[in-house]
Design a binder for this molecule. Structure first.
Ligand code: OSB
Ligand code: MG
Length: 367
């Protein structure tokens, strides 16, 4: 594979409804798409950085900068035999996993098309149908949350995750559990608590939660180990796990019993697969997280979710929950049993709607 050209585009897409987490509310997405060309084949990747550095340290703007100033110049003109060789071409770039993932993943799409394989098969996926859950933003009241859960369950989703923060936690979780005593329920705090809150967080043990996601600081594995030893609910790490070494450390110190894998957060398919393997070897279940992706990022998430260690429902759900109109065709749809059927077609398995992308583009840079 000769790396011939890469085009960056920033598109703007409005979410159907605002999404509130402990770190803020998102109304509109600024998404960078990567279009790569190699030996006449085109591949696509999506950068999952947020608009603000509140989930991790990256933003749409930092990704644009790092890709155009540092990643592209190191890649253009190089020859690789597989997409998994890309991380070795940019060893001097510290961090910026989301920027790296957007680029690397485009080459995985190319490699899959060249080998005439669906991307999920190229990655080593074994599941042709994946289990789906939903992540629900913080609501104005517990009643509003309960009616939203009801709607998602009617669509078939297999697990409901509630975003929480101090002051918007126990009442909401209690209302959800009371209304739906049997469902698989979890919470995600996006680092809104500290070890001072152990007594408070322990109260969540009463609600039979599948997991509590990232309650403590985004970069602090050690404190999660202290918390995990004092609560019954399984901790799931999200923000803390940026590579396979982090996963090994977290497992060794017992900081979590579950790990959420996000392609962007760990730097692309190559590292995501390593994180998956570490977890599988240690009997730690994994699931695929989401970052409010458009269709290209969503398609990459679906491919990754077919790996055998993905045994819990992920946060990857139907395009129509986020967008009036997605940038891929067909859009991602969920079956009445709360699953996504994986495409048998080569590459991403969805057609990229270039005309729509061009209409949504606010800036473009070719190399
Ligand atoms: O922590 O999983 C998270 C969205 C933005 C940033 C962080 C997170 C999320 C979600 C939404 O939970 C997942 C999705 O529906 O894409
Ligand atoms: Mg999370």
């Amino acid at each position: 594979m000769k790396i011939e050209s890469i085009t960056l585009r920033e598109i703007h897409m409005k979410l159907k409804s605002p999404f509130e987490t402990s770190f803020g509310v998102t109304h509109d997405r600024r998404i960078i798409l990567v279009e790569a060309k190699s030996d006449g084949v085109t591949g696509w990747g999506e950068v999952t950085a947020g608009e603000n550095p509140h989930f991790n340290s990256e933003t749409t703007e930092t990704a644009w900068h790092v890709i155009s100033e540092f990643i592209f110049p190191s890649l253009i003109g190089k020859n690789i035999s597989t997409a998994s060789e890309i991380p070795a071409l940019i060893p001097a770039i510290r961090g910026h996993q989301m920027a790296k993932a957007g680029v690397e993943n485009a080459f995985w799409d190319i490699e899959a098309q060249q080998k005439n394989l669906p991307l999920w098969k190229l990655l080593g996926g074994t599941q042709s149908e994946i289990a789906c859950g939903v992540s629900l933003g913080i609501r104005e009241s517990p009643e509003a949350l309960v009616s939203r859960i009801e709607q998602e369950l009617r669509s078939g989703y297999q697990r409901i995750k509630l975003k929480i923060k101090p002051g918007k936690d126990l009442d909401y979780v209690a209302a959800a559990r009371k209304a739906f005593p049997k469902i698989r329920l979890s919470v995600d705090a996006n680092s809104a608590y500290t070890l001072q809150d152990v007594e408070h967080l322990r109260k969540l043990d009463a609600f039979d939660l599948l997991m509590m996601e990232q309650p403590l600081a985004w970069d602090d594995i050690y404190s999660h180990a202290k918390l995990q030893s004092q609560i019954k609910t399984a901790i799931c790490l999200d923000e803390c796990i940026n590579n396979a070494q982090h996963a090994e450390s977290a497992i060794e110190v017992k900081a979590c019993r579950i790990i959420n894998i996000k392609l962007g957060r760990v730097g692309g398919h190559t590292e995501a697969r390593r994180v998956h393997d570490v977890c599988k070897n240690n009997n730690i279940p994994v699931w695929c997280g989401g970052m409010l992706e458009a269709g290209i990022g969503r398609a990459h998430n679906i491919a990754m979710s077919t790996l055998p260690g993905f045994t819990l429902p992920g946060d990857v759900s139907a395009s129509a929950r986020y967008w009036d109109e997605d940038i891929i065709e067909p859009e991602v749809e969920v079956t009445p049993r709360g699953t996504i059927m994986v495409s048998p077609q080569p590459g991403l398995g969805y057609r990229v709607r270039r005309e729509r992308i061009e209409r949504l583009t606010v800036r473009e840079k070719g190399f």
